[in-house]
Structures are given as C-alpha cells and as structure tokens.
Design a protein around this ligand. Structure first.
Ligand code: CA
Length: 230
C-alpha cells in the first residue's frame, strides 16, 4: 500500500488531510513540524508528501529543499490562496505540484492520484511504443502522432514535444523553466513569450481557448498543466 506523509501544523487541516488520504487507501502519517517531517522522511520511504508551506519551525521552501535531500518522494505543497511567489519558489525548489487552500478532498485526491501515477515505475510512460490515453486525446510517443477523437493533429515538432512532455506529466503543473530545459534544451530562452506562443498554437490545434480550456491549462506565473477534462 502506498504511504503518505502529511506535514501540517493546523490540527483541523491535518485531520482533514489524513482522513482524505486514508480514504484514498494510503497509509498516512502526520507531523506538525519540518523537523519531524525530515526525521520521518529519513526513516520511512513515502510515496507522496503533502507539505504545508507555513510551518512553525522552518520556512516552507527551506523545509522542501531539506526534504529533497533525504527523500525522493513526490512532494505536493499546500499553500494559502494568492501566494503565487511561494508557489513559484517551491516549484523551483523541487515540489512536484501544489494545491491552494482551502481545497476539497476530491481535488486533493485528483492531484495525489496524478502524482502517484507519474511516480510509480509500473505506470511510468515514455518507453518506445507507449501510448498516452487522456480521454479523447491519444498520444503515440514512438510514432510521434497525436489524435483527438478521430482527428489526427497536425503538430510541428516543437508542438508535439510540448504536448508529449505535458502528457507524460498529466495532472501536474509543469513550470515554464522545466519546459524550456526539456523541450528547448536550454535553461532560459531569451523571450518568455516563445513558450506562450507555442502553447497558443498547440491550444488552437486542440480546438480550445485559454478562456475555456479543456486539456491545456495555464497556471498564471507558474506554467502549464495538461489534464483530462472532468
Ligand atoms: Ca500552517
């Protein structure tokens, strides 16, 4: 059974998180300080860590960096609404995803499931011949072909690379920086709009708009997320 670690100092939120995670079938342990989290993560291998950024003993980003040094577990940071700067910092510090408080347990479950899918080797995708199936959207990685319903998408090399990269991490937020490194193979492309322009082309080919996204979601100031429509 997969194991989860909840790091949250607010007792009510902690209890709700534990309840939600146990409901997902995860063996769940909870702590209220960064120090206890580091100790726990060093002692036990977790499949996912839910980390509150506002802990009493350590700044959330520092806690995350230290956690990263003792554990490979995917980390989802829980943050207060509107705290965009700390979300960006924590994604840069190695968080795999974030969730804004207050959140429903249904929302949390979707994020956790996406993280677990992504991190479990048995379901990891990307080997030659692999297909990614996201509802109507299907991506054939080895043949570099994407179809939406019965229509083959006419994608440029870059657009396909972007789509494939996001699809392999579906459900998770991918930062612009990560996309730059992975798809453009460079740390920072001089014009930030390059990614946005390619994304808008890709979005148009998916037959959707930024205002009414179905698959491709823009997370302002952070990056993008590809997810199967609910
Ligand atoms: Ca807190």
């Amino acid at each position: 059974m997969p194991r989860a670690l909840v790091v949250e100092d607010d007792p009510a939120v902690q209890m709700a998180l534990v309840h939600a995670l146990r409901g997902l079938g995860l063996v769940t342990q909870a702590v209220s300080t960064a120090a206890a989290a580091l100790q726990g993560a060093a002692a036990t291998e977790f499949d996912v860590v839910v980390l509150d950024l506002g802990l009493p003993d350590l700044d959330g980003t520092v806690a995350l960096t230290m956690l990263r040094s003792v554990s490979n577990a995917p980390v989802i940071v829980a943050t207060a609404r509107g705290d965009e700067e700390s979300v960006v910092r924590s994604l840069n510090a190695g968080a795999d995803d974030y969730i804004v408080k207050p959140f429903s347990s249904k929302h949390l479950a979707a994020r956790i499931n996406a993280l677990l899918r992504r991190s479990r080797p048995s379901t990891r995708i990307g080997a030659p011949g692999d297909m990614i199936d996201l509802g109507e959207l299907q991506i054939d990685l080895s043949r570099r072909r994407a179809t939406l319903g019965d229509k083959t998408l006419d994608l440029s090399r870059r657009e396909f690379d972007l789509l494939a990269y996001l699809a392999q991490r579906h459900g998770c937020v991918v930062s612009r920086r990560e996309l730059c490194e992975a798809v453009w193979d460079q740390v920072s492309i001089s014009d930030d709009r390059t990614i946005d322009v390619h994304m808008s082309w890709l979005r148009r080919k998916l037959g959707e708009t930024a205002a009414e996204p179905r698959y491709l979601h823009t997370i302002r100031g952070v990056g993008y997320r590809l997810a199967e429509p609910e």
